[in-house]
Design a protein around this ligand. Structure first.
Ligand code: F6P
Length: 318
């Protein structure tokens, strides 16, 4: 019986558990033996492998986080680390490796593929910063978490006639800020991909209060600046009572959305199909509602661009 191993790597995201479950159950249904690797590439180098039967992935579909746990590993980036990993995979008789993670995890998977291990990537990150997929695993859930948090902040900001500057995650990608900004009807979105002018934003906020607004919300992506700094400048420019909130890791928690559960179930199914066809060295994604795949190199050579139309939509709706 051929063996497939699965691991989660890098920052966790909601839907990783659902993805593991889909890979494991579809794999079993197709006649493979399934193995889980704990704590990502760290566990791979330390031989931390567990057998996964169908029951082992029960009761996890609706849980955030990853029951296999995750880690970021500097050692795995070295030749020595990778050769430890390859030896462990060979000794355990693993034929295929499915890596659920973001860009850094894909780089590790591509390095293993080059050294003869058949690898597959599933885009597990809340940041939505992986090229050639419209969505990454957890992005939709994070948007819902952020949208709820903005609702809570709006209540208290309204009572005190304040400006709320909210910082969200995303590394150098502004997708969380832009999408949550639209879903929450905020007053300004500051993202690294687009030029922004704090004087113009300040003027707009003052105008809003003059027109009877009881609160204002400014979203800032972590890659564009710090909420505290932006709040200080706005306060100096406008004299409006301004508060900064960093949502932080709360954005990575919570039960995965229905979208993330279905999306990951589809990808689990599709990755097993690719394994059966013996196509490897690829990562899966979703483009215009189709599950697609591209080689790691294609993904690395493709720039993940912000959706400029969506930014224009935001500007038109403010
Ligand atoms: O890549 C996911 C992410 O949550 C980023 O948005 C954020 O910058 C980073 O991870 C935080 O990393 P850590 O959990 O190691 O603090």
């Amino acid at each position: 019986m051929k063996k497939i191993a699965v691991l989660t790597s890098g920052g966790d995201s909601q839907g990783m558990n659902s993805a593991i479950r889909a890979v494991v159950r579809t794999g079993i249904a197709s006649g493979f033996e399934m193995v889980g690797i704990k704590r990502g590439y760290k566990g791979l180098m330390e031989n931390d492998f567990i057998t996964l039967d169908s029951r082992a992935v029960g009761d996890i579909l609706y849980r955030g986080g990853t029951f296999l746990q995750s880690a970021r590993s500097e050692e795995f980036k070295t030749e020595a680390g990778q050769s430890k990993a390859i030896n462990n995979l060979k000794e355990a008789g693993i034929d295929y490796l499915v890596v659920i993670g973001g860009d850094g995890s894909y780089r590790g998977a591509a390095a293993l593929q080059q050294q003869g291990i058949k690898t597959y990537g599933l885009p597990g990150t809340i940041d939505n910063d992986i090229p050639l997929t419209d969505y990454t695993i957890g992005f939709d859930t994070t948007l819902n978490v952020v949208t709820d948090a903005i609702g809570n902040l709006r209540d208290t900001m309204s009572s005190h006639e304040r400006v709320s500057v909210i910082e969200v995650m995303g590394r150098s990608c502004g997708d969380i800020a832009l999408h949550a900004g639209i879903s929450s009807g905020v007053d300004a979105v500051i993202i690294p991909e687009m030029k922004w002018d704090i004087e113009e934003i300040s003027k707009k906020l003052v105008q809003g209060f003059e027109n009877g607004k009881t609160h204002s919300i400014v979203m800032v992506a972590e890659g564009a600046g710090k909420a505290e700094d932006i709040a200080t400048i706005i306060k100096e420019n406008t004299d409006l009572d301004t508060r900064a909130t960093v949502l932080g890791h709360i954005q990575r928690g919570g039960t995965p959305s229905a979208f993330d559960r279905v999306f990951t179930s589809r990808m689990g199914y599709n990755v097993i199909e690719l394994i059966e066809k013996d196509i490897s060295g690829v990562a899966l994604g979703m483009e215009t509602n189709e599950i697609t795949y591209h080689t790691f190199e294609e993904i690395f050579n493709h720039e993940d661009k912000v959706d400029k139309t969506l930014y224009k939509i935001f500007k038109d709706l403010v």
